[in-house]
Write a protein that binds this ligand. Structure first.
Ligand SMILES: [Zn+2]
Length: 134
């Protein structure tokens, strides 16, 4: 993957994680990744339609996963290239809530409401750098 493709994916996302919406400037210590929405081992590629911009924590937690279990049933993870973030998620203060089964399993598998991540969002909210309507 070349630098131009990375830059395209990064700018298309507005430099925000396409899962948890964290802005790249608000992550103190970890650089963001260009993530394969569908991992290569599942047939994904470096085509921009298969890539998204993700914070390190979302990317590491997602790994090659494509789905998550909820009450014993398998549901697909959120696909930022094919689905609307607002249709699947909303904020309850600084906690991300899944509106759909896809939203719920994505929050769970990507560990988006880990206490340290909620605390980071609370600090950003306090500093006026976290917008709940995004
Ligand atoms: Zn994220």
């Amino acid at each position: 993957m070349d630098a131009a493709l990375r830059a395209f994916v990064r700018e298309r996302a507005g430099r925000r994680c396409e899962y948890c919406r964290l802005h790249e400037d608000d992550s103190d210590y970890l650089s963001f990744h260009v993530e394969h929405v569908v991992a290569r081992q599942h047939g994904g590629s470096d085509d921009p339609d298969w890539l998204c911009f993700a914070c390190a924590e979302c990317n590491w937690a997602k790994g090659p996963n494509l789905a998550g279990l909820f009450a014993g049933k398998l549901y697909p993870l959120f696909n930022p290239r094919k689905q609307s973030w607002k249709r699947h998620f909303h904020w309850d203060q600084t906690t991300l809530v899944g509106k759909t089964m896809t939203g719920k399993v994505t929050v769970q598998v990507l560990n988006i409401n880990d206490p340290s991540r909620v605390m980071l969002r609370e600090n950003l909210l306090f500093e006026g750098r976290f917008q709940l309507d995004e």
